[in-house]
Design a protein around this ligand. Sequence first.
Ligand SMILES: [Zn+2]
Length: 336
Amino acid sequence: MSKTVPKLRFLLLFSLFLLLWVSASAQSRPTFTVFLDPGHGGKDPGNMHNGYVEKKITLAIALKVGELLAKEPGIKVHYSRTDDRSVDLYARGPMANRINADVFVSIHCDAHESSAYGAGTFVLGLHRADKNLAVAQRENAVIYNEENYQSKYAKFNSDLIALNAIQEENLDQSIRLAAYVQREMVATAKRRDRQVKQAGFVVLYETIMPSVLVETGFLSNANEGAFLNSTKGQDLVAKSMVNAILTYRDEIALNTINTVGPSTNAVYSVQLFASEKSIPVGDPRFRGLNPIWYEEKDGLKRYFYGEANSEESGALLRKKAIEKGFSDAFVVIKTR
Ligand SMILES: [Zn+2]
C-alpha cells in the first residue's frame, strides 16, 4: 500500500504534465481550415470555349490545391465537391459556415467575346451599380436555371446598399487574401494581372469567413485556355493558390487583425478602393472628392472619403462617391 501511493502520485503528476503539454502545443498551432469550392459541376458545365470545360478545370485545380495543402501540418481541407456533381450555388457558403472554415476559395475560369486574358480575384461587393456586374452575372447565371430561384434568391436580388457587419468585418481579410492570390498568380503562374476587384457573387454573399473568388484565366483565349487545361498550367495555378493561402495563414497566426464593432463614437466613412500604391490626396484619381484619407496595413492602403456622424449622412457620402464614378464605394463604420 505504502509503495503504490508515490507511484500513483507520479502517475497523476505525469498525466497532468502531459495534459498541459498537449494543450499548450495545440494552442501554438490551431487547425486552419480551408474550404475549396470548384466552380460549377454536374448539370452546370460553366463556360465552354475552344473545347475546354470550366467545371472540369476548376475541379482539377481544386483537387491539386487540396492535395498540396493536406501535406502542410495544421491544415484541414474541405470541398464543396470532389467529383462532377451539381451543387446549389446557394448551398456552398453554408457548407463552409457549418464546418467553421477559416477561408473560402472559389475557383473559376472566365470567358469573354474579346481575346481578353489574365487572372483576377474577386471579393464581395455590392449588387447594384457594379462595374464588374457582367462577371458576377455570368457566375451567378446558374441560379436562373434552378427551380424556385425567385424566392430562393429574393434576398440577393434585392438592392443591397451596405454589406452586413460580418461581411464588412471580413472584407479587409478577404482583400488581403485576394492580394496574395493575385501576387502569386502573376509571379508563379505568370498570368496577366487583372487585379483584385469587388462584385456581387452569390457564392461569396453566403459565407461568414474571409472569402475570395479566383478567375484563374480565360478559356475563351486559345492560349490561356490551353494553359489552364494542361497539367502544367493547373499545377502552377494550384501552387499559386497554396502559396497565397499559406502566406495568409501565417500572417493571421502572427497578428490577430482587429475588427471594429459598433460604438457610440462611430464615424461613417466611404471606402473608395484599396491599392498597394501610394496615391497623394489631391490626385485626379479621387475625382475632386475631399477630404480623402487612408489606412495602411501590411502594404495595402484603403482609401476613404469623408466622415459623418450618422448612418444617413454616411449614405449621402456614398451617393456622392457613386455620382463621381466610384460605383463600388461602400460605407464603413470606424471608431474614434
Ligand atoms: Zn465560373
